[in-house]
Design a protein around this ligand. Sequence first.
Ligand code: 4AD
Length: 456
Amino acid sequence: MKHTDIKEIISSDKYIGQSVTVCGWVRTSRNSKSVAFIELNDGTSLKNIQIVVDKGEQEYKEPRVGMSLKVTGKIVEGRNNTKEINALPADIQILGDCPTDYPLQKKGHTLEFMRSIPHLRSRSNTFNAVWRVRSVLAAALHEYFQKNNYVYINTPLITGSDCEGAGEMFQVTTIGYDKEYKNEEEYYANDFFGRKAGLSVSGQLEGEMAATAMGKIYTFGPSFRAENSNTPKHLAEFWHIEPEVAFAELDDVIEIAEDMLKYVIGKLLETCPDEINFFDAHFEKGLKARLEELISHEFGRVTYTEAIKLLQESGENFVYPVEWGCDLQTEHERYISEKVFKKAVFVTDYPKEIKSFYMKQNPDGKTVAAVDLLVPGVGEIIGGSEREADYDKLIAAMNERNMNLDLYSDYLDLRKYGSVPHGGFGLGFERLIMYTTGMANIRDVILFPRTVGSIR
Ligand code: 4AD
C-alpha cells in the first residue's frame, strides 16, 4: 500500500505543499460544523499527525477512535512548526472499523490494565515509546560490538548442560514420565535427544568455545529461567547479551561493560529524544539527567567484602540479614548503588560458594573473580566474571558441586588445548530497558512477558 510514514512528514519541511497518503489509527476525532479534526498515529513516531477535514457540503461520517484509515491530502504548516494534512471527506478511506468497546477509547489506563490487553497495548504512547527504545538499544548493541571486532554468534536454545548450575532449567521433552521406565536414566534414554535436555539459561559455555577461537564474540538471544521468582525484575524468558573475550582478565571485562553501556545509552539519548522526554515527564522525573550523568562519569567499584561492610554499617533495617557469605538481595543492591554511590557500581570478588563453578578462583581461596553491575532503581543488570582457565582447578570446583563431568567434556577440553585467560558477562536486555526508561516492572518492557504462572 503506497503511503508515507508520519514520522517522515513531521520531521521534514520537504513535504509542505505536497499531496501525500498516510495510513494509521485514529487517536482522537473532533467534529464541528464545517471542519473536523482527526489525530492519526501510524506507530512510526510518538507524535500524531492532525488531519483537518474541510467538510463543505459533503457528507462526513466521523471516524471512531481505533479505526484504521488511509488519508490522502496536502501537507500544510500548522501551529508551532507542526505539519497538518488538509483533506476532504472523500479523501478518507476506512480500512478497518472499530466498535465502541475498543479498550483504548480513553487515555490514562493503568499499566496493570494494559498488561491484560497485550495485543493492543502497543497502540498507546507508553508502549510505542518502550518498543522503540528496545529497538534502538538492540541496534546500538550490535553496532558497538561490530565496530569493536566482535563476532556475533548464535548459541543453542536447547541444551544438555546447565550453565549456571542453579537447577533453573525448563525441561524439553516429547514424552511424559511413565511408571514403565525403570528409572530416570531409562526415561531420558527414550526421550527425543536420548538424554535429559532443557532450555538454555545462558549461551556462555558455547560462547567461551567460540571466543577461544575468534577472540571476541557476543550473543544476543533469549535465555530461559524456571526461577520461581514473581518479582518486578524476573522473567521466565528474557533477552540476553553475552560478550566473551579471550586474553582478558576481570579488569578488562569491567572496562568492556562500562564502555558498552556508555555507548548504547549515548546512542539512545541521541536517537530517541522524544521518547526519553516522554519517560522523564510521565515515569521518572530526572531520567534524562540521570542517563546523561551516567555516560559522562566513571562507574563506581567496590569489592563484595567492602560492600558487606558498608551494608552492616548502614544502620538500615534490611529484611534480609547481611553477613559475609550471603547473596546480595535487591534491597542491598539498591542501597549500595542508590544511597552509597548514587550511580552505577561494579561489585567484584564474591564468595565462591554463591557463584557459579566456572568463575576464576582468587588466590585468597575464598572468593572468585566475579562482577555484578548494580544500578539505581533496578539493582543488578550485568553479571560476569573472569573464567577459570586452569583445568585442574575447574575440575575441582565442579567436583565440589557434584557435577556430572561427562556432560561438560567439550567445555573442559578448552582448558586442555591452548587455554587462555578469558572472561565475559551477561547483560539482561529487559533490565537495561527498565533502567533507561524508568519503567518499574519488567513485564512492561517486553511485548509478551512470560512469568511464573502467566503465559499468553
Ligand atoms: O548473572 P547471570 O545469571 O549470569 C549468567 O547467566 C552468565 N552466564 C553471564 C555471562 O557471564 N555470560 O545473568 C546475567 C544477567 C543478569 O545480570 C540479569 O540482568 C539478567 O541476566 N537476568 C535476568 N533478566 C530477567 N529475568 C531473569 N529471570 C533473569 N536472570 C538473569
